[in-house]
Design a protein around this ligand. Structure first.
Ligand code: DGJ
Length: 724
């Protein structure tokens, strides 16, 4: 059960597994004392002395006192020489802020964050601490929520200009976390298009390290996440601490090691190219950051994240609802289709049991390639003479639901929209526009652009009767400027863009509560907890090669759950790598997320088409366990030739085990996988072999996975607990 206990000058947030403790110091500095395994009580003095202070009585007026104090929301400029959570230009041009504890309030539940996605829930407790600068009147409200059911703390800050003069925020982090030692490895996720989210692990060293983006999106290259793991921490043992930002734009995730081997984590909106003017009375709400802690290794950390997102972030309507098995037209047809071709693909998919057919890019304007028509969301009558309505009706008549692709945040220079509203594109007046994929980004900070996008999407959904929308976004910012903002607010644009995007998402998800929206950004280029508040699933990567997907899905699972990963079985040779992998392996790997197809089923042999029927049935039958069960990573593709994982249903009566070999090996013994998460007292039958084993032997001795010859061989096993 979550609780917040006030013991004198200590605030102790805790639940069954974690504690988070802050302390009001004698001069009202707010110190951070502890985050980790649940404690019954704690004397803060040893922690504060270990931080290097000779005298814990005075930090503020002791020379360099603040530089050694672990703090909740530190600011550079009054003795703390480290990177701070808050950067500000005061009215007098100085940057110092003296934040002193003013008051604290606790409440049951969790208030929403104005204009921003955030975790929610009834079974949680929230502490709000107000700090104030006596000189300028600036106030900071720090918010902390502890949940009943997972080892997580949600944090955010609200900066209020309660002074008489305007100030400019130069940076406002969502969290700072001061830790007493630096004996940690830092883990981040980095990549590129078609190679998203590779984990990188290295020991912390003195100075700064971390990841960040400045491209306008959480990005293909980095993820708004970092983890600290003890050097000895392994997949299922040892301390691991994870931090993630519920945000989709520019971010900074930094770990810095300072004197006395102390570590400071900062996570929030990137402070480079950021400035936000606060008039008297104005406030600025930071996005939410989330901290999780586990003693069960990286696996425990991931499961804490998964549990938190599924229980407290993903859209309620969709989180546990059936996600239809879909077939997406992109790799089946690219831009080359007409109504009859799409209907014929959908009919073939329907025969295999596929439940939803999605028409991807190329249905509007005169878009026969990617050089044109974004923004002109009127159907191309040459391809679809009967319009969206007739196409949608014919697809539904074929026995599948209809879904549609849009890239609503973009405009092609060759479009009616751009010719009518060139100022709607992000640009710097007087400078030549820079296209990427032949397109500009619409300025989502503008109310008129937001209205246009809501209208265009609403009309498309109504006209087509679509049950599903693939919301794509395929370029980063450049020439960052807005014709709607005055010079002293231009650097607000990246954040205002994201606020505009969220406002649009809010309006659309309210207007179409039953519409399933899948996010996409050149694959997984904006696959972050911020987007997952609005869309329950995200296209994990444009790379559908089974072996590459093992790596991408493994890395993604460090902080995002299988239920959020769009994952499709595609044709061979694979369109991104040219590799040929067995159909069974492509199936087993695609089952690691929201399952679907990315191919033209008419081009499959009759035998393969029959296999598809079995696949769809299996995917539907095992959906709850695969998507919402507890995930245990058993073999890492980054550590060897095999990838393996198991998902176990909450009641431990069903499990799905997947093992994939990379390159074929001669004379190799089959993997003996030590399973995880089963009930050691239960017996489990492997449905594919008919053999029964005890849970304990499967976990402590292992399950043999004989692999066929050839590259990319795999085994997919379904375990069912025997009735007692
Ligand atoms: C990028 C996406 O990731 C692809 O799946 C596809 O929708 C294309 N865009 C369409 O342009």
């Amino acid at each position: 059960m979550a609780e917040i206990i006030r013991q004198g000058n200590l605030f102790h947030l805790r639940n069954g597994c974690i504690s988070y403790i802050l302390c009001v110091m004698p001069e009202n500095a707010l110190a951070h004392v502890y985050f980790g395994r649940r404690l019954n009580r704690l004397d803060p003095d040893p922690v504060l002395r270990a931080a290097g202070s000779r005298d814990t009585g005075s930090f503020i007026h002791q020379e360099c006192g603040l530089d050694r104090l672990p703090q909740e929301y530190p600011v550079y400029g009054l003795g703390d020489q480290r990177d701070g959570a808050l950067k500000i230009d005061n009215a007098d041009g100085t940057g110092a802020v003296d934040l002193r504890f003013e008051r604290a309030e606790t409440r049951h539940g969790k208030p929403a964050l104005a204009g921003l996605p955030a975790t929610f829930g009834e079974t949680c407790e929230t502490l709000t601490v107000t700090l104030a600068d006596p000189c300028t009147g600036l106030r900071v409200e720090l918010s902390y929520t502890v949940f009943d059911d997972c080892g997580a703390i949600a944090r955010s800050a609200r900066i209020v200009n309660a002074g008489a003069a305007a100030v400019t925020l130069r940076g406002a982090m969502s969290l700072a976390l001061d830790l007493p030692d630096s004996a940690w490895d830092l883990i981040t996720l980095s990549g590129a298009w078609a190679r998203e989210r590779t984990p990188y692990r290295r020991p912390l060293v003195p100075g700064h390290q971390g990841v960040s983006t400045r491209c306008g999106a959480s990005s293909l290259q980095q993820s708004p996440f970092l983890a600290l793991a003890r050097p000895e921490t392994a997949e299922e043992q040892g301390e691991a601490l994870g931090a993630a930002l519920v945000y989709s734009g520019n971010f900074l995730a930094q770990a810095s090691v300072y004197q006395n081997d102390s570590t400071r984590l900062l996570l929030g909106i990137h402070d480079a190219d950021f400035a936000w003017r606060l008039e008297p009375g104005d406030s600025f709400q930071t996005p939410e950051a989330v901290l999780v802690y586990s003693t069960e290794g990286l696996g425990g950390m991931s499961r804490a994240f998964h549990r938190l997102w599924e229980g407290h972030l993903l859209p309620r309507r969709w989180v546990n609802a059936h996600r239809p098995v879909l077939l997406n037209s992109w790799e089946a047809a690219y831009f080359d289709f007409d109504e009859d071709k799409l209907v014929s693909i959908a009919e073939c998919a329907a025969r295999a049991g596929v439940e939803l057919f999605v028409m991807d890019d190329g249905w509007f304007g005169h878009r026969d390639d990617d050089t044109t028509s974004l923004g002109d969301w009127d159907v191309d009558r040459k391809k679809l003479p009967g319009g969206l309505k007739r196409l949608g009706d014919r697809i539904r008549a074929a026995g599948v639901q209809f879904g549609i692709w849009m890239e609503p945040e973009m405009v092609s220079p060759d479009s009616e929209l751009f010719r009518a509203h060139p100022d709607w594109a992000i640009h710097i007046p007087g400078r030549e526009g820079i296209t990427a994929r032949h397109q500009f980004t619409l300025d989502m900070s503008r109310g008129d652009v937001q209205d246009f996008v809501v209208d265009a999407v609403s009309r498309t959904i109504r006209d087509s009767g679509a049950a599903y929308l693939k919301w794509d976004m395929n370029r980063n910012f450049s020439n960052v400027g807005s014709s709607a903002l005055p010079p002293d607010r231009q650097k607000e644009l990246p954040h205002r863009y994201i606020l505009g995007l969220y406002a649009v998402m809010e309006r659309l998800t309210r207007a179409f509560p039953d519409l399933l929206i899948e996010g996409c950004a050149s694959g997984g280029g904006r696959f972050d907890p911020g987007m997952l508040y609005y869309v329950p699933q995200f296209w994990c990567s444009d790379n559908t090669d089974a072996l590459c997907r093992c790596r991408i899905q493994y890395g993604t699972s460090l902080f995002l759950p299988p239920s959020a990963m769009g994952s499709h079985l595609s044709a061979v040779p694979n369109h991104q790598t040219g590799r040929v992998t067995p159909l069974d392996t492509r199936f087993a790997v695609a089952l690691g997320g929201c399952f679907g197809y990315e191919l033209d089923p008419r081009k499959l042999t009759e035998e393969e088409q029959e296999q598809l029927q079995g696949q769809v049935q299996y995917a539907i039958r095992t959906e709850a366990t695969r998507l919402h069960g507890s995930l245990y990573r058993l073999r890492s593709p980054f550590a060897g030739n095999d990838t393996a994982w198991i998902t176990v249903s909450p009641d431990q009566t069903e499990a799905v085990v997947t093992c994939v070999r990379g390159q074929a090996l001669a004379n190799a013994a089959p993997p003996l996988l030590k399973l995880r998460g089963l009930d050691p007292r239960k017996d489990y039958r492997v449905l594919e072999t008919g053999k029964t084993y005890g849970g304990e032997e499967l976990m402590y001795s292992g399950l043999l996975c004989p692999l066929a010859q050839g590259d990319a061989a795999s085994v997919l096993y379904t375990l069912k607990a025997e009735e007692d």
